[in-house]
Write a protein that binds this ligand. Structure first.
Ligand SMILES: N[C@@H](CCC(=O)N[C@@H](CS)C(=O)NCC(=O)O)C(=O)O
Length: 290
């Protein structure tokens, strides 16, 4: 494995989501090392990624560390020029870079008021004028991007690019806090929530460690507005339809019930991420449909 990425809690760490999407959404294999934020495990993990002081942080095969998402995006774009991190059209590429830079540096009110929490959706968060101004800025950027770039699909600058990666957490915030947006921005949010990599990350985020109290808000809740998972539940024992794990091929030890049948996995995390959203996982769905 060439790349190792340090990440925080998948349910909450918006920058970790960006870092991981820069790999997964462009079919670049990466090994993750995850530490729970606000515990001693977090600085212990980063001690392996000197001089990074936040997640995500990338370690290359030769041990070189690349902290910061923009640096990670540029490094991957240089190393994998055909992966499509940046649009090939020069105008679209310029827009994509501007969008990424502005997201990296701005939207402070939106970030602070609506911290990313993939485990819940609130029906109202009483957004301040500053938060609504950030949403208005998003609308402006969307219109600008769509006017400049090919707009045959839902993404910002033509095909899915690093710009969409950097705006995935803001889409999650709009969904998670029910922020008022135009139909065009709502369409973009829906596309983000349904993107295969985002869907897998959220499924993992739902089961990746305990709820972090610091992110809890006292707002009324509503169902998550993204794709609705097929019902499934963890069960204590088999036997299962399959003897080998659909992900690793190892013998099964952990079990899930779905559609009246028992399915097996080789560890609790892979079972639980599948319970969270079975259709997010093509290898499981291939087994399920076989
Ligand atoms: N500019 C950084 C920001 C990374 C960042 O703030 N990450 C947060 C998690 S979402 C973090 O590590 N917070 C812990 C800390 O700052 O101690 C990047 O682009 O990667």
């Amino acid at each position: 494995m060439t790349y190792t990425l340090a990440i925080g809690d998948r349910g909450y760490s918006s920058w970790s989501l960006r870092g991981w999407l820069l790999f997964d959404a462009f079919d670049i294999p990466v090994k993750t090392q995850r530490a729970q934020m606000y515990t001693d495990a977090f600085p212990a993990l980063l001690a392996e990624f000197v001089p990074a002081r936040s997640v995500p942080a990338l370690k290359l095969a030769d041990g070189q560390v690349v902290p910061d998402t923009i640096a990670i995006a540029e490094e991957l774009a240089s190393r994998h020029p055909k992966a499509g991190h940046w649009p090939s059209d020069p105008s679209a590429r310029a827009v994509a870079r501007a969008l990424v830079a502005e997201m990296h540096a701005g939207f402070v009110a939106l970030r602070n008021h609506c911290t990313m929490n993939l485990r819940v959706s609130y029906s109202d968060c009483a957004p301040s004028a500053a938060v609504l101004a950030d949403i208005a800025r998003l609308e402006t950027l969307l219109v600008w991007a769509r006017a400049t770039c090919d707009h045959s699909g839902p993404w910002l600058c033509g095909a899915y690019s690093a710009a969409d990666v950097f705006y995935a957490p803001v889409a999650a915030r709009i969904a998670g806090y029910n922020l008022p947006v135009s139909p065009a921005l709502a369409e973009f949010v829906a596309a983000q929530l349904a993107h295969p990599s985002f869907r897998q990350w959220r499924a993992m985020g739902l089961v990746d460690g305990p709820d972090q109290a610091v992110y809890a808000r006292d707002y009324p809740t509503r169902p998550w507005p993204g794709p609705v998972p097929m019902p499934a539940r963890a069960v204590d024992s088999g036997p299962s339809v399959n003897t080998d794990c659909p992900y690793s091929g190892k013998p099964v030890t952990h079990f899930m019930e779905m559609s009246g049948r028992i399915w097996g996995f080789c560890n609790a995390f892979c079972r639980d991420k599948t319970v969270a959203d079975p259709q997010a996982w093509p290898k499981f769905m291939a087994l399920f449909n076989s």
